[in-house]
Write a protein that binds this ligand. Structure first.
Ligand code: BGC
Length: 274
């Protein structure tokens, strides 16, 4: 439900890949805290509509835009639509991503390329568009901005697999490892423009991407062995961290990766001394 904490009142937030999973939770969370949200989907219009309905029926404001983040024209059109409807952009949650799993020996160039296109090139295109928009807004501002606070925020969706190697998923791990350096480098470059760039790295979060694991009792038991906190994460666990990184409460946080993983990156196999 919208309110009572309207921390993002009048802010415009684009969340890519927000028809399901973590992206959906982010879109709903921002809307509930007063933001005007641009929901984005590529293939599932029906789910996108459901997110739009949920936000609007809760009293929030949102639009739904189809765009394939790996296509430059689509990304430009996504931002143009956001600006035409809401006049500006304040936050980008660059979330859209996918897995195309295969053993390395069997992996096709197509599987490799698709994951790199969406998870890495897609984030490049969206972040570049957001940064250009933030700079343009600042240049076109009617009044001089005396605030010390950042003029635009970008949150990239990474994964624990930006540091944990993942056999059988080398395309995905390579894309997320790439996101880490991409994020840090653009953060360094954009900071003088007062644009903040950070990543979140979720561990196992209960979403469609890993349903095959959490819906099978044996596999789920195995998964919990990898999580010291002994529970799978929820999309809302991630949305709350994304919101904090997007808010002025984290204004001095820049170029960081926040792990939201119940301790998955703590080498749980060593808990009993190996
Ligand atoms: C992957 C999930 C996986 C999790 C922890 C995520 O980035 O998308 O499939 O469960 O990492 O391994």
């Amino acid at each position: 439900m919208i309110g009572p904490d309207l921390k993002f009142k009048d802010q415009v937030v684009i969340v890519t890949g927000s028809s399901s999973g973590i992206g959906k939770a982010c879109a709903v969370h921002f809307a509930n805290h007063g933001a005007k949200v641009v929901i984005n989907y590529n293939s599932n219009a029906h789910e996108g509509m459901q997110v739009l309905d949920e936000i609007v029926s809760n009293g929030g404001s949102a639009i739904l835009v189809k765009a394939d983040v790996s296509r430059e024209d689509d990304v430009k059109a996504l931002f143009a639509e956001a600006v035409s409807r809401y006049g500006k952009v304040d936050v980008l949650v660059s979330n859209a991503g996918l897995q195309k799993d295969s053993s390395f020996l069997e992996m096709t160039l197509e599987q490799w390329q698709k994951v790199i296109d969406v998870n890495l090139t897609g984030q490049f295109l969206c972040c570049r568009e957001a940064a250009r928009q933030f700079v343009k807004q600042q240049e076109n501002a009617q009044e001089v901005n005396h605030s010390e606070l950042s003029i635009g925020k970008i949150i990239l969706m990474s994964s624990v697999h930006d540091v944990i190697p993942w056999a059988g998923h080398v395309n995905y791990a390579a894309s997320k490892g790439g996101i880490m350096m991409f994020m840090k480098s653009i953060s360094q470059e954009l900071a003088p423009h007062k644009i903040r760039v950070n990543s979140v790295s979720p561990g196992a979060i209960k979403t469609p991407i890993n349903k095959e694991v959490w819906s099978d009792p044996d596999k789920y038991k195995g998964l919990l062995q990898l999580i010291p906190y002994k529970r799978i994460g929820t999309p809302e666990d991630v949305a709350k961290a994304v919101a904090w990184l997007s808010s002025d409460d984290s204004d001095y946080v820049n170029g960081e990766t926040l792990y939201i993983d119940g301790g998955m990156t703590l080498y749980p196999e060593f808990a009993d001394n190996g």
